[in-house]
Design a binder for this molecule. Structure first.
Ligand SMILES: [Zn+2]
Length: 309
């Protein structure tokens, strides 16, 4: 597969990982200053070859790669980090403190992903390797990290997961949102909240949105997918209102005692209505954030929350 690159600034390139042979589903972001290179996100293990081909197509030799920074430890964001650290032992992997144990030992993460994907796990995402301890560094919120051509600041952004950071490129003002910025496809004014189990927290997510909105970034770099400039307030509003609205829909369904199959139907009906208003096809969104994961994330969240009351 020929590499697909999007040059965002003089020093930042988005690499389309062409997940499942599709464009515009998962991105990794390459920083390269002519001497050394860094990545934000690796994508899953299964698209590693596309990632490495993309780095080289962007003009960076693989030996130049020094840093891998991940927004969180879900397989579609950091699934290739351990393999990279083993193949290129001079690479340092940077991660949120809560995510660090799971990069060192992915077994719990794999068990949780297996509950979601069953025996499709391997063919969908590939199997991550543990990151060797000597290659792993904890990146704390509030810290700044020198990367090729810039500095990166980390912001704690729970909601999608507790081990989630967003990163601000201090030179370009671009904000790398991982999944806390939602899923949005190029050319479409629609932001979907990816709400998988087990750590979805709606309140925390809303607070994270407020924190990131206040940064007044020059653009949002979404892992799913790409750079959005322009009216970022619109983007944050669209994400927040849908995150809350879908949450209400599932809470209502739970109160009525309906099962997850019925909830899936209700969410799909809701999306069908939204698509009509929008006049756009949202099928591409399903690959990055499946309805099954969305519904089971909300169900788990509400059950935990309501039983704690
Ligand atoms: Zn994701």
């Amino acid at each position: 597969m020929a590499p697909i690159l999007h040059r965002l600034t003089e020093h930042v390139t988005a690499i389309d990982l062409q997940f499942q042979g599709r464009t515009e589903v998962i991105a990794a972001y390459l920083f390269y200053d002519g001497a050394t290179a860094a990545l934000i996100e690796t994508g899953p293990a299964i698209t590693l070859d596309n990632l490495l081909a993309g780095i080289q197509a962007a003009g960076a030799p693989l030996e130049a790669l020094r840093q891998v920074i991940v927004t969180h430890i879900h397989l579609d964001h950091s699934g290739a980090a351990g393999i990279i650290a083993r193949q290129f032992p001079w690479v340092t992997v940077y991660v949120h403190p809560i995510g660090a144990p799971h990069l060192l030992d992915p077994s719990k993460l794999l068990a949780s992903a297996t509950r979601l994907y069953g025996d499709q796990l391997n063919s969908l995402w590939g199997i991550p390797a543990p990151v060797p301890e000597k290659n792993l560094v904890i990146f704390n919120a509030g810290e700044s990290l020198a990367i090729p051509g810039s500095n990166l600041s980390a912001y704690d952004t729970p909601g999608h997961a507790r081990h989630h950071h967003a990163y601000l490129d201090e030179r370009s003002g671009l904000l790398f949102t991982g999944d806390v910025g939602g899923v949005r496809m190029p050319g479409i004014r629609y932001v979907r909240p990816p709400t998988p189990p087990p750590e979805l927290e709606i309140d925390a997510w809303v607070a994270s949105i407020a924190r990131l909105r206040a940064l007044n970034a020059s653009g949002l770099c979404l892992t799913h997918f790409g750079l959005f400039r322009g009216n970022l307030d619109w983007h944050w509003n669209d994400l927040e209102q849908r995150l809350v609205k879908w949450g209400d829909l599932i809470r209502e369904a739970l109160a009525q005692g309906v099962d997850e199959t019925e909830m899936l139907k209700r969410i799909k009906n809701q999306v069908a209505l939204e698509m009509q208003t929008l006049g756009a096809d949202l099928a591409a969104y399903d690959v990055a954030a499946s309805y099954e994961a969305i519904v089971s994330g909300y169900v788990r969240y509400w059950k935990k929350k309501l039983s704690a009351q």
